[in-house]
Design a protein around this ligand. Sequence first.
Ligand code: UDP
Length: 425
Amino acid sequence: MKQVTVPTLQVEAYASLAGEAAVERIRALARPLEGLRVVHVNATAYGGGVVELLYPLVGLMNGLGIPTEWWVLEGTDAFFNVTKTAHNGLQGADVAIDPAMQAIYREVNLANSRFDWDRYDLVIIHDPQPAALASLVGERKAPWIWRCHIDLSTPNPDVWAWIRPYVAAYDGAIFSLAQYVQRDLTLPLIAIIPPSINPLSEKNRDLEPAEVEAVLERFGIDRNRPLITQISRFDPWKDPLGVIDAYRLVKEAIPGVQLLLVGSMATDDPEGWTFYDRTLRRAGEDGDIFVLANLHGVHDREVNAFQRASDVIIQKSLREGFGLTVTEGLWKGRPVVGGETGGIPLQIQDGQNGFLVDSVEACAERTRWLLEHPDEASQMGARGREHVREHFLSTRELEDHLQLMARALKITPPVTPREGLFLAG
Ligand code: UDP
């Protein structure tokens, strides 16, 4: 495995955004946990939502005097093909993990399991890729927790049946939503922790209007015409093709509209290139569609600027574990039109801070309405920012993790846990 270097962060820096009270609760919760060691393991240090939340979480834990490390498992292309299939299956796709694939999965996990786990007081393993570690390491000293970030509302039964024994070996699990908890998974500790965004990161910090304009200019986007944007990996569940279809319907009524699709390539996502090509083909020769990737120099600051410059943010997912791009859009005061699936309805309050949609037509209709009603759109955006402030900033996630850590280690916390945090344990 490879360690990711994470800059230490101080929770005080978040007081003006998250409130003094939250910072005080966090300090109190951290005190009895000082000096205890935590390790997080996932499958990539680049791309996707897990990376977004691990940087602030790990950085803040270290700032609180709880030494926390983040390691990334090492795998082969064949392994990541298996885990992408597993990911798709767990989100409901009609796929199979055959015995050869099962063997590849186990082998890579076994190779990564040779590690000095005894150094830690708590081990947190993210997502299906390294999920087998708990059952392969032999005797365990610390509690092991599996955190699932994907939409498990309707898993393919065979894929779930395959991974379930690996998951059942854990001492506890974290899901983003209560509806993802599988009935046949009985673990001593189950927590519901929705993900969060770091309001101080390069992706989410405030930007000067001139910075936003400079980014638009660099990519040839006209700031005087309406802009709708989806930022997502090129993945069938994110439905970039449906977004293009919806844009075309909007364009019939609002000819000046521009569409921006931004999608980074995560290192653990082998499907990305194929779907990128399909997206380009669907966009065709339309010069008002911009399809950009990290290879074009689109990094966190550019994503930030694009979200701020957009009149409407779209996240037309067909399945979505949580959807940090929705959180990011709302935090920037933009109304978001999102697929009615997974974690999106937790964030979009239909008609309040955006709209939930379940078809290309509905997506187009709601987007068009927002473009034609800029005052209502900006009020919705303002409500969205407050919703995120209350529920989806890194400080809330940190607080939940401190509560979880206390519970897993049987330490009585000095602050009562948030309602709904623990389903079991
Ligand atoms: N992201 C990015 N550049 C891109 C596409 C996505 O930085 O081109 C980021 C996006 O801003 C968000 C994360 O990747 O922070 C995606 O998280 P989300 O929960 O929306 O989806 P996931 O990729 O985890 O399924």
